[in-house]
Design a protein around this ligand. Structure first.
Ligand code: OFO
Length: 174
């Protein structure tokens, strides 16, 4: 059984992951308006990943005998000044999520909740990738994005991103 506190923290994290999906959906809409269809696509895949992160936690809470209590999702920012702002805010948001996952892991360790600690290992690894992707997108944009031809090439590269089901969900659906 999950402690009441762990159950609450896991429900809070479900809300944060769903907010991430909502934020990236808003960014995708902005990028689509800017006619950057490759970037808009990249963020749409990110939306799917964030929904998956929420579902992994949702499945875990139920499997651990806890209760899922969905929370309100705040309105995400809709107006951005530039692609660079979208990309830097993505990195800042992912750093915030990493901190939140670490807080969860600290709480699970303090409660000697080893199964939650184990489940969170996947998220800790995933956050390394999330931050790396976000940093890489900023670096690429700063290198090539100023020039229209460079931006065109970057947008085409972003369009190549493919969605893959994350392993904890693939296992749950097998
Ligand atoms: Fe769920 O990792 Fe991004 O926010």
């Amino acid at each position: 059984m999950l402690t009441e506190k762990m159950e609450q923290l896991l429900n809070d994290q479900i809300q944060k992951e769903l907010f991430s999906a909502y934020l990236y959906l808003s960014m995708s809409a902005y990028l689509e308006e800017e006619n950057l269809k490759g970037y808009a696509h990249w963020f749409m895949i990110q939306v799917q990943e964030e929904r998956d992160h929420a579902l992994i936690l949702y499945n875990y809470v139920l499997a651990a005998g806890g209760r899922v209590r969905l929370q309100a999702i705040e309105q995400p920012k809709a107006d951005f000044a530039s692609i660079e702002e979208v990309l830097t805010e993505t990195l800042a948001h992912e750093r915030f999520i990493t901190g939140s996952i670490y807080d969860l892991a600290d709480a699970a360790n303090a409660a000697r909740d080893h199964k939650t600690v184990q489940m969170l290992q996947w998220f800790i690894g995933e956050q390394v990738e999330e931050e790396d992707n976000a940093r890489n997108n900023i670096d690429q944009y700063r290198l090539f994005g100023d020039d229209p031809k460079g931006l065109y090439m970057l947008d085409r590269e972003m369009a190549a991103r493919v969605y893959t089901v994350p392993s904890p969900l693939a296992q749950a659906n097998a």
